[in-house]
Design a binder for this molecule. Structure first.
Ligand SMILES: [Zn+2]
Length: 263
């Protein structure tokens, strides 16, 4: 599942490539034919991201996209090649085009529906209007494990399975620790680190946790194995202890039992 950095990157790219243009919109697969008809020939005003959700504003009509587990964008030059697979949405601009396959949501929402949706989303660390106090309030009151809360999109929107393991590892916090035992200082560190890592992820279009100095390479040159510290790793890169993994909030979490002692 793409995490918030991917979604914000798509929003930035699509703003650059398509905003302000009158676009050709279709649904080669057919499942979004009625919606595409409404958007076809309209001008895309702006693309906005909140957590893992994308909102495309077309002159007052809002297209909502959620990639889910299988959704995927494909970029093309205009004119695009023949559709590959089940293309739900095809957008053709002056110079660039994109296809969207397999999203969980691709729908036109009314203003009220957009409001209802964004109201139940948590604070997004990549948004300028992020309300840090709201996130802190949810965390300090919860007896759930912090590793569960980080996956809850109504608390912090955009953090997914890779980031939660990596962030907690960097902070030496055990994923099962109850959220309400975190001090304000620990939460502030968690928040600042989350903002920093998601921004790096958006910039490089991939999750990069490792410190370039420790790896001895710039971020752009790190390979898959070098970029992450704990997620799907066999041994801790700090202390060589075997990494433990178990299911938490329906997904596998990874932690070092030495660096992240149980609370
Ligand atoms: Zn360790």
């Amino acid at each position: 599942m793409p995490e918030g950095h991917t979604v914000h990157r798509v929003a930035a790219d699509h703003n650059r490539d398509f905003a302000g243009q009158c676009l050709a919109v279709s649904s080669p697969q057919g499942r979004f034919r009625a919606g595409a008809k409404i958007l076809h020939g309209r001008t895309l005003t702006t693309v906005d991201a909140h957590g893992k959700h994308l909102f495309y504003d077309w002159d007052g009509k809002t297209l909502h996209i959620h990639l889910g587990l299988y959704g995927k964008f494909r970029r093309h030059k205009s004119p695009p090649p023949a559709p590959r697979g089940a293309v739900r949405l095809r957008v053709i601009g002056e110079n660039k085009s994109f296809d969207l396959n397999g999203p969980t949501a691709c729908e036109i929402l009314s203003a009220a529906e957009v409001e209802r949706l964004t109201e139940r989303l948590g604070v997004d660390p990549l948004r300028d209007d992020a309300n840090v106090e709201k996130a802190w309030d949810r965390i300090r009151r919860s007896r759930s494990p912090i590793g569960t809360l980080l996956m809850n999109q109504s608390v912090i929107a955009g953090v997914g399975n890779v980031y939660r393991s990596e962030i907690l590892h960097l902070l030496h916090i055990h994923p099962e620790r109850k959220a309400n035992t975190l001090s304000r200082q620990e939460f502030d560190e968690l928040w600042d680190l989350t903002v920093k890592l998601l921004r790096i992820g958006k910039r490089y279009n991939r999750i990069i946790i490792a410190d370039p100095e420790a790896v001895g390479k710039p971020r752009s040159r790190m390979n898959r194995q070098e970029r992450l510290l704990v997620y799907k790793q066999d041994f801790c890169k700090s202390c060589d202890t075997p990494i433990e993994s178990w299911s938490l909030a329906a997904r596998k979490v990874f932690a070092c039992p030495v660096c992240q002692p149980e609370w």
